[in-house]
Ligand binder design. Structure first.
Ligand SMILES: Cc1ncc(COP(=O)(O)O)c(C=O)c1O
Length: 428
């Protein structure tokens, strides 16, 4: 090429939740076995059957001419009205403050990429990698984070947030993921109120990723941004990927709060809208289907039964790992993941992997490989289970995230047993 096509900061471009798949697929072939994929939050790929009524709702809408047309850039009006009425707050938001995207992943990228390069969004650690990567790519350097504390149910460290905001005036926004991926924590209202107070005090805006707002266990209530935001400018991010087993629809949205209270923030939202306009709009079908799915008479019972299923899995996995001395777990309060911390993690190579797999792993595992990545590669090779290393979520703590999505009871119990066997061998 007559010019270098590679961005200098391309090493920041990471999405470990899927990167492990490329490695896992290769190991499957070399070792001639089938992997159990515990890496991704997709209920359908974990065996969930999409109910017949959902198929019918989608089929009915796909047979309308309207589903073949573009929508408004902000999104189909019926979808925005539904979101406003049911998930947002009519006193603080209008249909014009709701913008649809092709998945929340796109919204995350649009929000981060449209910020001026010198401004920073303070991220949780661990965090959902799309946020961290989009923010790092926008800034051209590593993201800045505040800790989620495993000794305090993975709640955010408020003092650290305040210090990082106070001493770094490039920080213009604080990101909160609640309910939280990967930790499964649902934050206390007072914790969230303190974060809102910090944003207000230092004239920042808030980004709350609330995509798991329906996924809470044991009657735990999640506090939504619009309930506590007061007059601070903010963005709530939501989507259908977790509420409805249709993550492949790629349908998410942002709700913008208090834009009229700050011209600068308002201008930033207008820029996001303009960049969306360049693409015309998001895919029409999931947007026009959305109100019909959520309003279907079967939906509430269906959602409840899914949540109960994930809670049963969470209970089983928590009890299981709590008895293993080398690890630490916090009981999830929601979402469909479990984080297992691997304490004082050694660097090991497991004897039980087959020769071809061993050769490949030896090439892969270098002195730069973080310890929990090495653990996850060895676990794939030895036990055929693919989990995501916790440092892949931008954490400094070693461990892994698995899902609670497996449909089949026997496969789930076997997965836990295999992971435990892998941990035992790894620490021996
Ligand atoms: C916290 C969080 N935010 C955003 C997303 C992206 O969702 P979507 O499928 O709408 O892109 C996910 C997906 O797993 C997520 O866990």
């Amino acid at each position: 090429m007559r010019q270098n096509l590679l961005r200098a900061d391309s090493a920041l471009l990471r999405y470990p939740i899927r990167e492990v798949v490329t490695i896992g697929k290769r190991l499957e072939k070399l070792g001639n076995f089938s992997m159990i994929w515990e890496n991704i939050g997709d209920p359908v790929s974990a065996g969930e059957n999409v109910p017949a009524w959902m198929h019918e709702v989608v089929q009915k809408q796909v047979s309308t001419d309207q589903s073949f047309a573009y929508t408004e850039t902000k999104g189909a009006i019926a979808a925005r009205e539904y979101v406003l009425e049911h998930f947002s707050n009519k006193k603080k938001c209008t249909v014009d403050d709701i913008l649809f995207f092709n998945g929340l992943g796109e919204a995350i990228n649009k929000v981060m990429n449209n910020l001026p390069k010198e401004t920073r969004v303070l991220m949780p650690s661990p965090t959902y990698p799309s946020h961290a990567t989009a923010e790092s790519m926008h800034a051209g350097c590593s993201f800045i984070s505040y800790s989620l504390d495993p000794n305090n149910d993975w709640e955010p460290d408020i003092e650290e947030i305040e210090n990082k905001v106070r001493y770094n005036d490039h920080v213009v926004a604080i990101l909160v993921i609640n309910p939280n991926n990967p930790t499964g924590s649902v934050y206390k209202r007072e914790t969230l109120e303190k974060i809102v107070a910090i944003a207000k005090k230092y004239d920042c805006f808030l980004i709350f990723d609330e995509i798991y707002h329906h996924m809470t266990f044991d009657g735990v209530q999640t506090t939504l941004l619009h309930e506590i935001i007061g007059d601070v400018p903010g963005i709530s991010m939501k989507g259908i990927s977790k509420d409805i087993p249709w993550p492949g629809s790629r349908c998410g949205w942002i709700e913008v709060y208090n834009a009229e209270k700050d011209d600068n923030f308002k201008g930033f939202i207008e820029i996001i809208l303009l960049t969306k306009m360049l693409e015309v709009c998001s895919t029409t079908l999931p947007q026009i289907v959305l109100p019909h799915l959520y309003q279907h008479p079967e939906y509430k019972t269906y959602l409840k039964s899914r949540i109960e299923k994930y809670q049963r899995r969470a209970d089983e996995a928590y009890e299981f790992f709590a008895s293993i001395p080398q690890v630490r777990v916090n009981k999830p309060k929601g979402v469909f993941y479990l984080v297992v911390e691997l304490l004082n993690l050694p660097l090991r190579k497991l004897d039980s992997v087959n020769k071809k797999v061993r050769l490949h792993l030896d090439k892969l595992e270098t002195s730069d490989t973080p310890p929990d990545f090495q653990f996850s590669y060895e676990l794939m090779g030895a036990e055929g289970i693919c989990v995501v290393p916790l440092t892949g979520f931008g954490a400094s703590i070693t461990g892994f995230r698995m899902t609670l999505l497996q449909e089949n009871d026997a496969i789930f119990s076997d997965t836990l047993a295999r992971i435990a066997r892998g941990i035992k061998a790894y620490y021996s």
